[in-house]
Design a binder for this molecule. Structure first.
Ligand SMILES: Nc1nc2c(c(=O)[nH]1)N[C@H]1C(S)=C(S)[C@@H](COP(=O)(O)OP(=O)(O)OC[C@H]3O[C@@H](n4cnc5c(=O)[nH]c(N)nc54)[C@H](O)[C@@H]3O)O[C@H]1N2
Ligand SMILES: Nc1nc2c(c(=O)[nH]1)N[C@H]1C(S)=C(S)[C@@H](COP(=O)(O)OP(=O)(O)OC[C@H]3O[C@@H](n4cnc5c(=O)[nH]c(N)nc54)[C@H](O)[C@@H]3O)O[C@H]1N2
Ligand code: SF4
Ligand SMILES: [Mo]
Length: 835
């Protein structure tokens, strides 16, 4: 169906279309695609020689045919200045997705910038500066000169701590290794910026400190392990909606029993059956429903814990598995530390026995805390640990994502899960792993961040307290995605308005007077903001300079997925207007800082900004990944191009016969990422709701406002707001709420409600959900029309400044009847069922 796509027929891809390797730039899974481009005044023919598929398209194609594409995969874009047809279509030969798309990836085509077809016309095309009371386009030279002069002035007056930086650290949705290296070299090598934060949390730290401290890197297995596992144990993740094709292409076949032949071949001498799955999530998710439909209810155990109580459950499972003797003693002896060894000042990193004693929790106690049936906890322990035949260990894969990471007591809960995986010898082994499911693709290569320290600075707090003079914001929109967002926005606006007003009082062309006016406003508590993004954002409305970035498809870039699979995404179209790759923008800032500092007679300081003479993405890659990543010396663009959409799994081990040799799973040799190669267990006793303010909030407000993602929407909807399919389905953030709760509140379906607590308030659209528990709602996060983060209290972080977004409590009241913009919506249960 050509759904509102103004298309009634699609051109046939001609046999001579150009073919480019593409990795979907949305989620961590990194599905392989091909982009086809060809001249706008040509098209293929149905004859076998006339189309790219080489088949007779006049004949009916089979149900699973590859010889088609959907309207959402199509567009007309510019390539080297000429109009071309574009089709971005899943690649069947990519082992990640085997030809599957998703409701996000299958729209790469229509979410591209097209002047001819009017898609994503919002994209930033030129640098913008605040001039005469509004944002006005300008040249790169002009914009970068202003950025450099004000930044240099702030550093002169306040030192480098006066420069605050927010920078995405992922490689997926735009950017890649080239982004992280360009920004990393600027802020960590040329400068030593300490007041820096990441896109999704208010500090420069790890989401998974505990796993790393224990010696277990968080992406340690292969997607194939989900096909080989006897049991998958997943905590706080909803992979059907958030890692879609990993779930559909690697979990579902195992749940259906269709991978048994593969298991037999790879794991000889073991009994095999279809996988069982345990899902720990307070909410009945689309994933739970899908697993029941695919594996049968008997093979699915949904542990609907009380929000924030996972640690109690995990400790009870650890205890039960140990007491039953289901631990892997040989593995523990060979690969984990003996008693008395510790790597941490408080002795928390330790041996198996000491950790078990610290974590010990009875089934009864855990049942009381989590609200679960004791029989279900025992069942989960058996599914994880009980040998599948005498002397044959069960293979269990452990996975987690934001329900754990942004949940109560991140450090201990993360460690408690790794404890179970280590105790059962399930890391580094086929069918095992203890892994993040992941968010974006990764692409991390930066100079050392050791100067940042631990715990890292709580950067949002500095901004709220009026500290710092300049803020460089790379690929994030804190207005929609940070915690304590309402307060953040209130103060940020005040501070940036001060600078705007000062700028409006002097002629823009008088650069000297302009910089002096800005510096004066900063001394008065103002903040000068540079925003680097691909579209206008909400935080960007506060900025004084906006720099347009080019993104995936418009530039070459590299990234890796959730099984460390690295690919080169090729360029298949032109960036909009003057937009540039982020790495090259970082170089532009560095080069301008060098020039300005030299002009000021600061030669020594200026010299630190040398080494940014990059012309192309490949230069950034060779300076960064090739020289600095582990195994990077084996990797070049040409070699990656030859590896196609399958790439290789990092780290690279070598290069032979034209192929980069990768690493299928980490720790297969039983040696972990610690100085002595032995993994640590963690003392992780349960201590209730840990982050300040959470317990009081849970006692003072009526409903839980659990929050997260849904299938259609990518992140803060930065491209989706210009996409008719998504905006028709979700014009407002939904609030899943039990129909009885709605009745009591006097709220009907589609009504707009206010959600409010001690931290702030926001709005959402009521979506009746009969599977929701009474008093427990779930809100779409990061939405432009209602920001859940307004409700997340600012103190609500752990001791290492990891925010607790998921445990939020609030009250609800009706604001308005369902507006006309939701009149067409269905409020059906979106979960899929059998039959
Ligand atoms: N309440 C609550 N809050 C949360 C979470 C939650 O679960 N609940 N989750 C957190 C998590 S996990 C995440 S990842 C964050 C997301 O928070 P953010 O990272 O702030 O939000 P995004 O929408 O992913 O993207 C930010 C911006 O990147 C821009 N962008 C995309 N590609 C490029 C590019 O190639 N170059 C440049 N320069 N810019 C680009 C987009 O236009 C967008 O404006 O939110 C966090 N906040
Ligand atoms: N469709 C889509 N896919 C995405 C994204 C997107 O925006 N849209 N974003 C990507 C990014 S950046 C990320 S980080 C990932 C996030 O991927 P996920 O972590 O899978 O997504 P979320 O919806 O944030 O949270 C997952 C689940 O945590 C549960 N949860 C809440 N509180 C608790 C708790 O106390 N205990 C437990 N056990 N569970 C809890 C929620 O009910 C929710 O179902 O998704 C990635 N994939
Ligand atoms: S599952 Fe993720 S990577 Fe794959 S097509 Fe969907 S959004 Fe893209
Ligand atoms: Mo994320």
């Amino acid at each position: 169906m050509a759904y509102k796509r103004q298309i009634d027929r699609l051109p046939i891809i001609p046999a001579n279309a150009e073919v480019h390797n593409v990795t979907c730039h949305y989620c961590i899974v990194g599905c392989g695609y091909h982009a086809y481009t060809w001249d706008v005044n040509q098209e293929g023919t149905p004859a076998p020689g006339g189309n790219i598929f080489g088949v007779d398209l006049a004949e009916q194609q089979g149900a699973e045919t590859e010889n088609w594409y959907a309207p959402s995969m199509y567009n007309i874009v510019k390539k080297d200045g000429r109009d071309v047809h574009l089709v971005v279509k899943p690649d069947k030969a990519c082992s990640v997705n085997s030809g599957l798309g998703s409701i996000r990836g299958a729209r790469i085509g229509e979410t591209s910038y097209s002047q001819l077809r009017g898609t994503q016309r919002q994209r930033l095309t030129d640098p913008l500066v605040w001039r005469y009371g509004q944002m006005q386009p300008t040249s790169w030279d002009d914009a970068l000169d202003l950025v450099a002069r004000v930044t240099a002035q702030v550093i002169e007056e306040q030192g480098e701590d006066g420069l605050i930086v927010s920078a995405a650290d992922h490689g997926g949705a735009g950017g890649g290794y080239e982004f992280t290296w360009g920004t990393g070299k600027l802020y960590f090598e040329a400068m030593k910026v300490r007041n820096i934060r990441i896109h999704n949390r208010p500090a420069y730290n790890s989401e998974v400190h505990a796993s790393r401290d224990m010696g277990v890197g968080e992406l340690n297995n292969a997607y194939e392990d989900a096909e080989l596992a006897d049991t998958i144990f997943v905590v706080g993740a909803n992979p059907l909606e958030t890692q879609t094709n990993y779930f559909l292409n690697h979990w579902v076949p195992n749940l259906r029993g269709t991978t048994i032949a593969k298991k037999r071949a790879l794991l000889a001498g073991e009994p095999h059956s279809a996988a069982r799955i345990v899902i720990v999530d307070p909410r009945r998710t689309a994933t739970v429903a899908a697993c029941e439909a695919e594996a049968g209810k008997d093979n699915v155990l949904h542990l609907a814990v009380k929000s924030g109580t996972d640690l109690a459950l995990l400790n009870a499972l650890f205890t039960e598995i140990a007491d039953q003797g289901w631990t892997d003693q040989a593995f523990i002896a060979a690969s984990t530390v003996g008693s008395g060894v510790t790597g941490s000042p408080d002795d928390a990193l330790t041996d198996f026995g000491a950790a078990l004693e610290a974590c010990r929790m009875s089934i009864q106690e855990a049942a009381r805390i989590t609200g679960l049936d004791p029989a279900d906890i025992l069942k989960a322990a058996r599914w994880i640990g009980e040998p599948k035949a005498p002397g044959v260990r069960r293979r269990t894969m452990f996975a987690y994502e934001k329900g754990l990471i942004w949940g109560n007591d991140n450090y201990r809960t993360n460690g408690a899960l790794v404890n179970i995986a280590l105790a059962t010898g399930n890391i580094g082994r086929e069918g095992g792993g203890c892994v993040r499911m992941g968010g974006h693709q990764e692409g991390y290569v930066r100079p050392s961040d050791a100067h940042v320290g631990r715990p890292a600075t709580y950067v949002d707090r500095l901004l709220i307290e009026g500290k710092g003079g300049a803020h460089h914001v790379w690929a994030c929109d804190h207005y929609k995605t940070t915690l304590n967002a309402l307060e953040f926005k209130r103060i940020y606006k005040e501070r940036t308005d001060k600078v705007k007003d000062a700028m409006s009082a002097v002629p823009y062309g008088d650069r000297k007077a302009m910089v002096a006016a800005i510096a004066g406003a900063i001394r008065d508590g103002g903040l000068f903001v540079v925003d680097i993004d691909i579209v206008p954002t909400q935080i960007g409305e506060a900025a004084h300079v906006v720099l347009p970035a080019a993104t995936a498809g418009e530039i070459e870039l590299t990234s890796m997925n959730g099984e460390r699979r690295m690919r080169l995404s090729e360029r298949y179209m032109d960036p909009p207007g003057q937009a540039r790759a982020d790495g090259l923008i970082a170089a532009g800032i560095a080069n301008n800082l060098e020039r300005v500092l030299r002009e000021k007679g600061k030669a020594v300081q200026a010299d630190r900004f040398k080494g940014f003479d990059w012309q192309r993405q490949e230069d950034v890659f060779m300076d960064g990944y090739h020289r600095h990543a582990r195994g990077g010396e084996h990797v070049t663009y040409d070699r990656l191009r030859a590896m196609g959409t399958n790439g290789f799994q990092e780290p690279a081990q070598g290069f032979a016969n034209g192929r980069i040799i990768g690493t299928k799973r980490l720790y297969a040799d039983g040696r972990f990422s610690t100085p002595d190669g032995k993994a640590r267990f963690l003392k992780a006793a349960w201590r209730g709701l840990e982050a300040p303010g959470k317990r009081a909030q849970s006692e003072s407000f009526a409903v839980l406002v659990n929050n997260g993602r849904t299938n259609h929407v990518w992140q803060s909807a930065y491209l989706d707001i210009e996409n008719a399919l998504v905006m028709d389905r979700w014009p407002y953030p939904f609030l899943e709420i039990h129909p009885e709760d709605m009745r009591e509140l006097g709220v009907g379906q589609g009504d707009l409600v206010e959600v409010y607590n001690d931290a702030g308030s926001t709005q959402a659209m009521a979506y009746p959900t009969s599977s929701a528990r009474r008093g427990e709602t779930f809100m779409l996060f990061a939405n432009p029309a209602g920001v859940q983060g307004n409700l997340v209290n600012g103190e609500g972080v752990n001791e290492l400044v990891i925010p607790n977004y998921k445990q939020t409590w609030a009250n609800i009241r009706k604001l308005a009847d369902a507006p006309e913009s939701v009149a067409h919506l269905t409020f059906k249960d979106p979960h899929y069922q059998n039959g």
